[in-house]
Write a protein that binds this ligand. Structure first.
Ligand code: NAP
Length: 324
């Protein structure tokens, strides 16, 4: 079968290409999925350049997301022909991922695709969409059911889907982006206002600033998250899922002890399967967005390498859907 394989040439030097490799055999409680679609996420791009925080075992097939049909099953829970999705756990990290024609995974990672989502749609969301939906769900479950929400890294996979879902739910959305030419794109997804990254006053070191936002969905970390916390209204909520700006967070306690704000971590990778299922069902229903065609770039295995370069240089916009 065909697969997008990353190989280690020497210490800290990696190469990637499409190769013919063997279809894997499955063991007890495993399934073999015939891949229809996968996607690209920031983590896949890191894996493709040998980032040891993501992948340590090479040769390696990237792809932390996969959707397809069960081809073979050694599990009582799945039968040939079931339409399924897998995101996260070890898929695409040190377990060969979705960028190949057949994927072998433990059955305990697998979810049946909800009725009103196709394989193509569910992979357009992928891990990025699941993470955006988890973030919105945390705002709602923590009492932020309306109001003004700031989204950072807004043109990225997580950011663009977060903007779209929030807009569908009638929040007022302020989107931060580093891309000067993407204001119209973000407005077409439903952003009410677009702020350029260099207009966001991260150099202002005052410990608290005027209250502006009911909630924040942060995908970039670092100074952007630290600055956002100072702008949240009393009892507001921020979610934190990413680190494209920085993994560091240097802040102070005033937003927490004077305004009672809450900062909630989002992990879409290791959360329990039933929570993933609950969020996929929300994506299939109340969070389902109608403007997916605006944010999806449809590619094939042969285009993955070039797309990774765009993701790593912050030139990518929206989601990459990979047809296998
Ligand atoms: N916790 C989880 O479970 C989970 C799940 C999925 C993703 N993530 C993480 O969430 C983050 C976003 O993932 P993604 O798939 O959406 O990535 P992505 O598509 O590559 O988008 C990241 C966006 O971050 C912004 N950005 C890039 N460099 C930046 C910088 N130096 N400073 C400020 N903003 C910067 C850019 O948006 P603009 O140009 O619009 O500013 C970029 O489009 C990544 O760190 C990823 O690892 C975490």
């Amino acid at each position: 079968m065909k697969a997008f394989v990353v190989e280690k040439i020497e210490d800290k030097k990696f190469t990637s290409s499409i190769k013919d490799i063997d279809i894997p055999n499955i063991e007890n409680d495993e399934v073999l999925i015939k891949t229809s679609y996968s996607s690209l996420n920031y983590k896949d791009a890191l894996s493709s350049i040998g980032n040891p925080g993501v992948t340590k075992v090479f040769p390696h097939v990237t792809g932390i997301d996969v959707a397809g049909e069960i081809e073979k099953s050694n599990s009582k829970d799945f039968s040939k022909g079931d339409k399924v999705v897998v995101t996260g756990y070890d898929l695409g990290m040190n377990t060969d991922g979705g960028h190949q024609e057949y994927v072998k995974v433990p059955a305990k990672w697998v979810i049946k695709i909800p009725n009103n989502l196709t394989e193509e749609e569910i992979m357009t969301y992928g891990t990025a969409g699941l993470t955006a939906a988890l973030s919105v769900n945390e705002l709602e479950e923590n009492g932020i059911k309306s109001g003004k929400i700031l989204v950072t890294g807004a043109t990225g996979g997580v950011g663009s889907i977060a903007v779209s879902i929030l807009s569908k739910l009638n929040y007022e959305v302020v989107a931060i982006t580093g891309k000067k030419d993407k204001e119209e794109f973000l407005k077409s997804l439903g952003a009410n206002k677009v702020v350029l990254r260099d207009e966001f006053d991260i150099e202002n070191k005052r410990p608290l600033l005027s209250e502006e936002f009911d909630g924040v969905i942060d995908t970039v970390g670092g100074e952007f998250l630290a600055h956002s916390l100072k702008l949240i209204k009393h009892s507001g909520v921020a979610t934190c899922c990413g680190l494209t700006s920085s993994f560091e967070l240097n802040t102070n306690v005033f937003p927490f002890i004077l305004r009672g704000i809450r900062l909630i971590g989002i992990d879409s990778v290791e959360i329990a399967l039933d929570k993933k299922e609950k969020i996929w069902n929300k994506i299939a229903n109340e969070y389902k967005i109608s403007n997916m065609n605006k944010l999806v770039n449809k590619i094939e295995l042969a285009d993955i390498k070039e797309a990774y370069e765009k993701i790593l240089s912050s030139k990518a916009t929206g989601r990459y859907l990979v047809k296998i």
